[in-house]
Design a protein around this ligand. Structure first.
Ligand SMILES: Nc1ncnc2c1ncn2[C@@H]1O[C@H](COP(=O)(O)OP(=O)(O)OP(=O)(O)O)[C@@H](O)[C@H]1O
Ligand SMILES: [Mg+2]
Length: 166
């Protein structure tokens, strides 16, 4: 007799690749994601990866604008976190200078992500084994003004349908 002694967990990941031909398109896509998420949840953790100048901050700017943030400042260079009040709070973390797990703990990141809001991590791949990201976004520089962006959703995959560009 067949005995089921193992559970197979099927993790369905939905992915999307898009090309962005200008900074404005990156901002627009950030806005779209924010608006789509806002109607679906008030808590979401996002990792953004890509080389220096790939567009991570630009995207987060669009995301914040999409939620009505008015006092957006560029990437936090000396501080690792900016928090914006919006319809849902936006937490913008920059992990560029943070490496050690101990530092991450000392910074209080694990407590912070449990707060209601949208948590966006530049250089989030550094926390890959420490945090459960709901979405990973990868930016690739194609040329001076074009970028390829790759979304990997681990939750609320249906949001993908609201992101496509023409
Ligand atoms: N399609 C595009 N999308 C985003 N930025 C673009 C695009 N085309 C050109 N750019 C330029 O690329 C740069 C992106 O800078 P941004 O600060 O967003 O990158 P970053 O990934 O946050 O870098 P860092 O790792 O240094 O923080 C800006 O100068 C922007 O004007
Ligand atoms: Mg940046």
């Amino acid at each position: 007799m067949y005995k089921l002694d193992k559970f197979i967990i099927l993790l369905v990941v939905k992915e999307l690749f898009l090309k962005l031909y200008s900074e404005d398109e990156t901002i627009e896509l950030g806005k779209r994601l924010a608006k789509a998420l806002y109607s679906a949840t008030d808590n979401f953790i996002i990792s953004l990866s890509g080389l220096l100048g790939a567009g991570k901050t630009t995207f987060i700017k669009g995301f914040s604008l999409g939620l009505g943030v008015e006092n957006y400042v560029e990437s936090p260079t000396f501080v690792f976190l900016n928090i914006y009040k919006a319809s849902v709070p936006v937490y913008h973390y920059d992990m560029y200078r943070v490496d050690e797990v101990k530092d991450i703990d000392d910074l209080g990141i694990f407590d912070m992500v449990s707060k209601k809001g949208f948590h966006l991590f530049e250089w989030g791949e550094k926390l890959k084994d420490l945090l459960d990201f709901d979405l990973e976004i990868y930016f690739k520089i194609l040329d001076e003004s074009s970028r390829e962006v790759h979304f990997k959703f681990f939750r609320l995959e249906h949001i993908i349908d609201e992101l496509s560009f023409t």
